[in-house]
Design a protein around this ligand. Structure first.
Ligand SMILES: NC(=O)c1ccc[n+]([C@@H]2O[C@H](COP(=O)([O-])OP(=O)(O)OC[C@H]3O[C@@H](n4cnc5c(N)ncnc54)[C@H](O)[C@@H]3O)[C@@H](O)[C@H]2O)c1
Length: 245
């Protein structure tokens, strides 16, 4: 089995790469090449097999070249389309460039990766894809309009792909994690702001704690596995109950 994971150099992507490496070769893709290489070393140290790809998902040509290289080694059976960023900025302050980067990274970047992978999966009539949305896609959060809009786009795209490729025996689902303890939560925050944000996230979550990336990886593993062969076009929320719907 061959699995491509974007944003695999850190956080949720890294945890999923380490978990899936027990049953698959992993294409560890990240714009941070050093982190991707470090994850490959971790996988190899645990007797798994993996290849690092330094790629920015905003670069369609680079994404297509990466997928061609990966397919030359082994067909990509599964994709975790996960690379993402977070920028907190109130709507009165956010610039057009920041808005575009947020929408582009999540919607355009995931489109490039999904398109390149699907072009190979369709003739084989087989495959599974999971895309990372967020619970913010459905709850709406002040100061996060760009992120909420981008993650809603991911969820909508997931449903459209699930409709389009079901007949090709390709399943496409999304995850909408709640607050997960990864570097993205610290980005752009002082230590005090980070602690305030952790406290707020703990307060809004019935389980009273942040999630671990490994707890999200377990859901992705299930959705990419033979255990979920009739699950398609759904949004799963590993979020400790922070959003219920
Ligand atoms: N941590 C959370 O609380 C949380 C909650 C909901 C959704 N998410 C989503 O989960 C996904 C993973 O985030 P994480 O929490 O593991 O954060 P993270 O910062 O630890 O990992 C994100 C990874 O994506 C990579 N990346 C970013 N932009 C890229 C690009 N253009 N091309 C290639 N790689 C790129 C980064 O280098 C990084 O390694 C993101 O899509 C994020 O929006 C996270």
């Amino acid at each position: 089995m061959n699995t491509l994971i974007t944003g695999a150099g850190s956080g949720i992507g890294r945890a999923t790469a380490l978990r899936l490496a027990k049953r698959s070769h992993i294409c560890v893709a990240d714009k941070n090449g050093a982190n991707a290489a470090a994850v490959v070393k971790e996988i190899e140290a645990a007797s798994g097999k993996a290849t690092a790809y330094e790629v920015n998902v905003l670069d369609g040509d680079a994404v297509r070249a990466m997928v061609a290289q990966a397919e030359a080694v082994a067909p990509i059976d599964a994709l975790f389309n996960n690379a993402g960023i977070s920028v907190r900025s109130e709507i009165k302050d956010i610039t057009g460039e920041e808005w575009d980067l947020m929408l582009d990274t999540h919607a355009r970047g995931m489109f490039f990766v999904a398109q390149a992978v699907l072009r190979n999966m369709v003739p084989r009539k087989s495959g599974a894809i999971v895309q990372t949305s967020s619970d913010f896609a459905v709850m709406g959060v002040p100061g996060m309009a760009a992120y909420c809009a981008a993650k809603c786009a991911v969820y909508s795209m997931t449903k459209a792909l699930a409709q389009e490729f079901g007949d090709d025996k390709i399943r496409v689902n999304a995850i909408g994690p709640g607050p997960i303890d990864t570097p993205i939560l610290r980005g752009g925050r002082t230590e005090e702001q980070y602690r305030t944000s952790v406290a707020a996230n703990e307060a809004r979550t019935p389980m009273g704690r942040l999630g671990k990336p490994e707890e999200v990886a377990a859901v992705v593993d299930f959705l990419l596995s033979e255990k979920s062969t009739y699950i398609n076009g759904q949004l799963f929320h590993p979020n400790g109950g922070a959003v219920m719907w």
